[in-house]
Design a protein around this ligand. Structure first.
Ligand SMILES: Cc1cc2nc3c(=O)[nH]c(=O)nc-3n(C[C@H](O)[C@H](O)[C@H](O)COP(=O)(O)OP(=O)(O)OC[C@H]3O[C@@H](n4cnc5c(N)ncnc54)[C@H](O)[C@@H]3O)c2cc1C
Length: 571
């Protein structure tokens, strides 16, 4: 059975309890009962998803999904990245607005859960029962990624309380949330602080929705001398700063799972349309270039899914001595979301005019996905993180116990106490060659390994000067894309083995990855600051896959085209 999400054949995901399965099935049922027509009507009316808010609140879904062990009313409560992955994928499969309200609720709640204020944690957990939607008040209009320049302030008062004054911009759910975590500074100091506000308070002013184009409410809000006491303060100083970064660390994971959900739905819709459309007496799916586009689109989605499942495992085993997630997580956010954009490019090329029609999921999905690589740090900001791990990942592997697929009921509590955010570049990884060697019998994996070797040689001839070259961000991005492919391929192989993906599929997937790697190498080759020694090594990275037409046709017919009409959303 396909590992891709198909809500009509929701397979048993090996959940350890009925509640987990119930959440996914009820959510799917709710969306399917609503149906595509109603969903599109609300989308075009830019209607805020109040119905979703009501449903998830009544069902207590966010309590189960977002709270770690020891909080909320369920004595068996646990936080599982695996469940988060599944739920995020399902919500995005039906619409980014639903996904977004869920995602920013996770972002909004996490500074409470990570903070030092125990009473506030229980208070927030109880509030979820009245309104599940939360908000994360970090960004400001003038400062974008430059969080150091935060202008929101708490003004100390003679009685020991504070008045909050300032404004925030781009804040999802800022119209309705009762739990809004706000990042600011104590006036007159450089001390950071995280505190709690409620959109229902009279001193909270929701100024506007700064977007007009879809259903999300992305608020500008002002705090007009909003009274704050110690009971509302979650963390201060360095801890507040670390909690802010760590919250984003945990939640950016949702971007990858959300993107996977979106393109999976787009894929079904595009495939069904193309198969049933007959031109010049032929199905559109029979044109040779369409076959290639569909196969590449499917292989990319499979890659996204396999990577995501594996990255989930590493999130779940994270601890003080195992922070490998610090690489896989930004890749989940950045690479997986950007792969989603590539999938849409392929599918849009296939279905052409159909992709503009107002009653399709596709026309909405294409627009909504473009936001994903831009949320929780742009591609550039995430690449700046990833690049720091090259020496450790490529040249200094460490030993780790093997990790299996983790779907059990352990609570991923470490994610709520990740600690200081420094020492990032010292993160250790296991040897990527273990995974690649295990599939070296596949001709295209072998070629890909030669590309990796050439990349390694490129790094070696570059020596310490590379760090200087990478001060040029344009150059850094090009070097980083190639590095990302190495780790991306590694986790996909590990995951494919667990899921029992066939050799044929994997060989075809690496056919695609060889082409991608070569394209990134050509991009790097064009950069003006390369040395002659670097240029020589970059040329060695440009390779062609080992062609195997029979295998391509087999994968296309048995895997990709077998999904025709496998999923059609209720009308
Ligand atoms: C739809 C939507 C919803 C959002 N929801 C929320 C929310 O709920 N809560 C919230 O707090 N925020 C939210 N945001 C804000 C989001 O996190 C910001 O987009 C992000 O902080 C980046 O800021 P910016 O887009 O203004 O880009 P800028 O910071 O202005 O960046 C401009 C360019 O400079 C580059 N750049 C900036 N800094 C660096 C660096 N250090 N290294 C390399 N390149 C750099 C960027 O990559 C970008 O290309 C949302 C944004 C959108 C679009």
């Amino acid at each position: 059975m396909s590992i891709l999400l198909n809500p009509k054949k929701y397979r048993d995901r090996n959940y350890p309890d009925e509640r987990s399965k119930e959440i996914m099935l009820k959510m799917i049922d709710w969306f399917e009962k609503k149906g595509l027509a109603k969903q599109k009507e609300q989308y075009h009316a830019r209607e805020f998803c109040e119905d979703f808010q009501k449903f998830v609140t009544e069902e207590g879904f966010f309590e189960t999904l977002l709270l770690p062990k020891g909080y909320g009313s369920d004595p068996n409560q646990y936080y599982s990245t695996y469940r988060m992955y599944e739920f995020s994928e399902i919500c995005a499969f039906y619409g980014a607005a639903y996904w977004y309200t869920f995602h920013v609720s996770a972002l909004g709640l996490n500074p409470v859960l990570m903070g030092d204020n125990e009473e506030a944690k229980h208070r927030a957990a109880a509030k979820l029962k009245e309104n599940a939607l939360c908000a994360f008040g970090l960004s400001e209009k003038e400062h974008g990624a430059d969080i150091y320049s935060t202008e929101m302030k708490l003004y100390p008062q003679p009685d020991g309380t504070y008045l909050a004054r300032g404004s925030k911009y781009y804040i999802g759910n800022g119209n309705v949330a009762n739990i809004i975590t706000v990042f600011g500074k104590i006036d007159g100091t450089d001390e950071y602080v995280f505190f709690l506000v409620d959109s229902a308070h009279p001193n909270y002013e929701c100024v506007q929705n700064i977007i007009e184009s879809n259903q999300q409410y992305v608020a500008e809000f002002k705090l007009n001398d909003y009274p704050i006491t110690e009971a509302d303060i979650l963390s201060r100083g360095q801890k507040a700063w670390d909690d802010m970064l760590n919250t984003i660390n945990v939640c950016k994971f949702n971007i990858g799972s959300g993107a996977t959900g979106i393109v999976t739905h787009s894929f079904y819709e595009a495939l069904n349309h193309a198969y049933h459309r007959v031109l010049y007496g032929k199905r559109v799916t029979d044109f040779p270039h369409i076959k290639r586009l569909f196969c590449d689109a499917w292989l990319r989605i499979m890659g996204m899914k396999l990577f995501g499942l594996r990255a989930t495992d590493y999130m779940r085993v994270a601890n003080e001595n195992d922070k490998r997630y610090l690489l896989y997580n930004p890749i989940m956010k950045m690479k997986v979301a950007m792969q989603g954009e590539k999938v849409h490019e392929h599918l849009f090329d296939i279905i052409a005019a159909k992709g503009f029609e107002k009653d399709t999921y596709f026309e909405q999905a294409v627009v909504e996905l473009t936001g994903f690589p831009k949320l929780e740090g742009t591609r550039h900001v995430n690449m700046a993180l990833i690049i720091k791990l090259i020496p450790s990942y490529m040249f200094m592997p460490a030993e780790f116990e093997e990790v299996g697929r983790i779907t059990d009921n352990r609570s991923d509590d470490f994610l709520f106490r990740q600690g200081r955010t420094r020492g990032y570049a010292k993160t250790k990884f296991h040897d990527y060659n273990i995974a690649y060697n295990s599939m070296a019998h596949l001709p295209n994996v072998k070629v890909f390994m030669e590309q990796i070797q050439a990349y390694k040689e490129f790094l070696m001839v570059s020596g310490p000067d590379l760090a200087k070259q990478m001060q040029d961000f344009d150059y850094l991005l090009a070097v980083g894309e190639l590095f990302t492919m190495v780790a991306y391929g590694q986790l996909i192989i590990e995951s494919a083995k667990i899921e029992g993906i066939s050799d044929e599929v994997m060989n075809q997937m690496f056919d695609l990855f060889i082409r991608d790697f070569s394209a990134y190498a050509v991009e790097l080759y064009g950069k003006p600051i390369n040395t002659d020694a670097q240029l020589e090594k970059i040329l060695k990275m440009i390779k062609r896959p080992v062609p195997n037409q029979a295998e391509f046709e087999k994968v296309l017919n048995e895997e990709v085209y077998s999904l025709v009409d496998a999923y059609i959303q209720n009308p």
